[in-house]
Design a protein around this ligand. Sequence first.
Ligand SMILES: *Cc1c(COP(=O)(O)O)cnc(C)c1O
Length: 349
Amino acid sequence: MRYFRANINTMVGYTPGEQPPLGVKIVKLNTNENPYPPSPASLQVLQKIDGEQLRRYPDPMATEFREAVGNVFGFPPDWILVGNGSDEILNSIVRACVEQTQKVVYPTPTYILYRTLAQMQPAQFVEVDYDKDYNLPIEQLIAANGAVTLIASPNSPSGHAIPTTLLSQLASQLSGVLVIDEAYVDFAEADALEIVKTHDNVIVLRTLSKGYSLAGLRLGFCFANPSLLEGLVKVKDSYNIDAIACSVGTAAILDQSHKVNNAERVKSSRAKLTTDLKQLGFHVYPSQANFLLVQPPKSNAEEIYQLLKKQGILVRYFKQVHLDNKLRITVGTEEQNQILIEVLTQILT
Ligand SMILES: *Cc1c(COP(=O)(O)O)cnc(C)c1O
């Protein structure tokens, strides 16, 4: 279409995982949502939202939520920025920090949105392959010299986490910004939040979409040195956090025990699902997230994806290099995982 800029015409655009309408009976294990409900305290706040709260514009900086995050994680509020999902913060980072002649750098396979954001800018992008054991290609990442380097840890779709010492080393050696995307950190053994305090080029991203069971609310946040957040504030939508998200999200972030308990359930189901899938002959990559990357015993991942779908089970299949023989399966409830294993058993025998 001639009305678009050239880079918009040529780019593919991000394709989110399938979202069947609510009420359709399906075992939905394709987009890494938390299988358990959000904090009851946050749902109570939702019940009490009134017209007056919606009549007014919301707080541009979501101060109530920002202060709650600061209290929970031990940071002053000016070290925190809130986004309409962490996707919006990623968008703001690329828009604020990368010139057209500069590069966005990330190891692959990873979150496909990183490439989409570079193409929208448009900026150059450099994709550095992980090796087969998902070791961080740190030398190549440094050599690529990105204005922004993006690392998801735990990573999607592999589920592996990067040791904090390596991330800290990377932060010291990069001349640009290092973004550590911790969307799945609530299911992991460690986090990299401390690095923010000692490196003024590091942004740590968090979200309420996975650990807090609030993907529909669209609320993410990040930690960084206040001087680095200044530029992001200039490019974000002025009223990016709606009044409902701010109130409901505040209650959810303050209810850490609800999140922790659900994460414990997911982690124990993850261990059981790993054992069951291995018993069926799958290769299962070690995961610190709420999903498993698996390789079927016979090289027929796409066929299995289709057969599962026919039986009402949605998992994620990526038709791309390194992933076209693998499936990414979100850890569901015990009951959902059981159904998956039963149907997979039928398919494979
Ligand atoms: C799910 C996910 C996000 C979170 O996006 P939101 O916009 O906060 O829902 C960010 N990064 C990665 C790698 C993810 O998988």
